[in-house]
Design a protein. Structure first.
Length: 347
């Protein structure tokens, strides 16, 4: 029903407008008595064999929603009804920011993909905390944090620390987003020495709390093997809890979308099916080269059960969807969980 009726209608309108319209619809429906119950009955799938223990946290299933969908933590309680095992909010920055000028979100329907150059648009730290105070504790919540676009180089670490300190009581794990291609002046965040400095600064702050929270690093799918070796070394040196592989890609290779259309769209990060193989290769390299030394959350191009299984086979411990959720609809979550269970019961 979603792909045959709902999606064709939604895809006739601007992607960003549809995004917020969908939020309003889900919010409204979730206020109607018995509707949340019906959504749970339709989409949730639970089984003890799907449960995961990772970086000291208990996940009811391994399928999560990636950051960028619920940036401002306004819908995570309602989205929990659709069967996710965890939801990552953000990217959150200390101050509210508009992000890049519109139009900044584009569908690549021929490729089952999306190009975005949102630019960390979000309502800021205080707004996110106000929403997180409403947490119904239905699932694991991750906090994806970043810096404000206008923050000078010398203030980068302070931005991350401000977000970390304020969000610490409200999220279960943190993700340092240092790989988004849509935010200016991000070059320093790709420097290994600075990343080590940033991670250690956040870890020092983390140690001041009674209970420390897991810290993960989100990396780009465009890194070469030498850069991936640096990531492995960085994890070994800092003892960071894990890696999320991967963010969106700046590559435009092997796309079916006409070159003229891509030129009209302009710059931005590609997500969805076009980066499926690239992100899986990154996961496989990190897992094999490190000898499975740290947990990996696999994300990028998961549009089917097999896509998720491929990520897990490559070395991912958990998976996240985003573009696949938009293209395939909420039934994808249940289908993936059923496939993971079926695969696990074979062994």
């Amino acid at each position: 029903m979603y792909k045959s009726i709902i999606r064709p209608i939604l895809f006739k309108f601007d992607p960003e407008v549809v995004h917020y319209f969908t939020f309003d619809v889900i919010k409204l429906l979730s206020k109607i008595p018995f509707v949340p119950f019906l959504i749970k009955q339709l989409f949730q799938f639970n089984h003890p064999a799907l449960e995961r223990e990772l970086f000291g946290l208990h996940f009811k299933n391994p399928v999560g929603l990636a950051a960028g969908f619920d940036k401002n933590a306004v819908l995570y309680n309602e989205l929990a009804n659709f069967g996710f095992g965890f939801i990552e909010i953000g990217t959150v920055t200390p101050k509210p920011q508009e992000g890049n000028p519109k139009k900044r979100l584009f569908r690549l329907e021929d490729d089952n993909g999306i190009i975005n150059r949102m630019g960390f648009n979000n309502a800021g730290l205080d707004a996110a905390i106000d929403q997180l105070k409403k947490n119904k504790k239905q699932l694991i919540i991750g906090g994806n944090i970043g810096k404000n676009t206008q923050t000078p180089v010398e203030g980068y670490t302070a931005d991350y620390l401000e977000c970390f300190k304020a969000l610490h009581p409200y999220v279960d794990y943190f993700v340092l987003n240092v790989s988004c291609p849509n935010v200016g002046s991000h070059a320093k965040l790709n420097d290994k020495d600075y990343l080590e400095e940033l991670i250690k600064a956040v870890q020092t702050l983390n140690a001041t709390f009674k209970v420390s929270k897991p810290i993960l690093l989100k990396i780009a799918p465009d890194l070469n093997e030498a850069q991936l070796d640096e990531i492995i070394e960085l994890v070994q040196v800092t003892k960071i809890e894990g890696i999320i592989a991967s963010n969106t890609s700046v590559s435009r290779t092997h796309l079916k979308t006409p070159q003229t259309s891509l030129e009209a769209i302009g710059n931005g990060g590609v997500s969805g099916q076009p980066i499926k193989d690239k992100s899986t290769q990154v996961i496989k390299y990190l897992s094999e080269k490190s000898q499975k030394a740290f947990p990996i959350i696999g994300v990028g191009g998961i549009h089917s059960e097999q896509d998720a299984l491929d990520k897990i086979a490559a070395g991912a411990d958990l998976v996240q969807i985003y573009t696949g959720f938009i293209y395939e609809g909420p039934a994808l979550i249940k289908r993936i969980n059923k496939a993971i269970l079926k695969a696990s019961l074979k062994y």
